[in-house]
Design a protein around this ligand. Structure first.
Ligand code: NAD
Length: 278
């Protein structure tokens, strides 16, 4: 018998493309978790639109993945509408909406001194930005009649209060509720709505939050090490942007076709168990 060639799929870079031909809009895709996800989605065959307020960084990411960049402040409903219209005019469809843009907000650490103006600003991005994203993605997906996947970046803070600011915690908890109610309504159109909840990813946002609230200036390596040692069940293993991107890829792909109204934690286990006694 002739020996059969055993093809090494990985070495030939023939890994299955899990989002082949799908069109995705990623808000907050100019850096951090959003940029890592944009890259991973594109590697998996998706056409990606980066929607952000950081024009230079966003354009660079978009160019590196043969995608498009659009200036989009998620707190403005018309900006989100334009980002989604761009996906329709570009490829005729929208399959994946990743509502990922967010800020830590610096409205004050104590509830007794909350700056209501800054709090309103935070909610306009983290919460209303997500509402805009779900609303207009749902409209386009319903019209497209092919279902879709809407993913929102929540946070471990939505489950455990305490380590983030009040406004941030509140915005992400509200996002969870919104995700569940939207999933209830949109399931009939085969549109899935889920959250991914990271924790401790050394992005600009988290480094700034440590600077502002903790008054500590760390490099991303130091922050990763700190999280790995102090706020993860996986001691010594800090989170990366790729960890979250992989979770988003699963929720975006057809492999999660029966997963909706779910909040997928990418948090080293800290919202499910604590390691105080172990
Ligand atoms: P990041 O600061 O690197 O990225 C945030 C992105 O959102 C940036 O590109 C920024 O320009 C964009 N953005 C901010 N305001 C915007 C607006 N009004 N309109 C459009 N884009 C806007 O931080 P990151 O950690 O990658 O954050 C991504 C998401 O992950 C956020 O929603 C954040 O709350 C969430 N998150 C992060 C962590 C973490 O540990 N880093 C943990 C939990 C949740």
């Amino acid at each position: 018998m002739e020996p059969r060639m055993i093809q090494n799929v990985e070495s030939q870079n023939l890994a299955p493309k899990r989002l082949l031909g799908k069109v995705a809009v990623i808000t907050g895709g100019a850096r951090g978790i959003g940029a890592a996800t944009a890259k991973l989605f594109a590697e998996n065959g998706a056409h990606v639109i980066i929607a952000d307020v950081l024009d230079e960084e966003g354009t660079k990411v978009a160019e590196s993945i043969d995608g498009l960049y659009i200036h989009c402040d998620v707190s403005k409903e018309s900006d989100i509408e334009s980002a989604i219209n761009l996906s329709i005019s570009w490829k005729g469809q929208l399959d994946i909406m990743f509502n990922n843009a967010g800020i830590a907000g610096y409205e004050g650490r104590s509830i007794t001194t909350l700056d209501m103006e800054k709090l309103t600003h935070l909610l306009s991005i983290n919460l209303f930005g997500t509402i805009h994203g779900i609303k207009h993605a749902a409209k386009a997906m319903i019209k497209g009649k092919k279902g879709g996947s809407i993913i929102c970046t929540s946070s471990a803070a939505a489950t455990i209060g305490g380590f983030a600011s009040h406004g941030y915690t509140m915005s992400k908890s509200a996002m969870d509720g919104l995700m569940r109610s939207a999933a209830c309504e949109l399931g009939v159109h085969l549109i899935r709505v889920n959250c991914v909840s990271p924790h401790g990813v050394p992005s600009e946002m988290l480094l700034n939050a440590f600077r502002c609230y903790g008054e500590v200036d760390m490099t991303s390596e130091q922050l990763s090490e700190f999280i790995g040692m102090n706020a993860s069940l996986l001691k010594g293993r800090g989170a990366t942007t790729d960890d979250v991107a992989q979770a988003a890829l699963f929720l975006a792909s057809d492999e999660s076709g029966f997963v909706t109204a779910h909040n997928l934690s990418v948090d080293g286990g800290i919202t499910s168990a604590n390691s105080v006694m172990s």
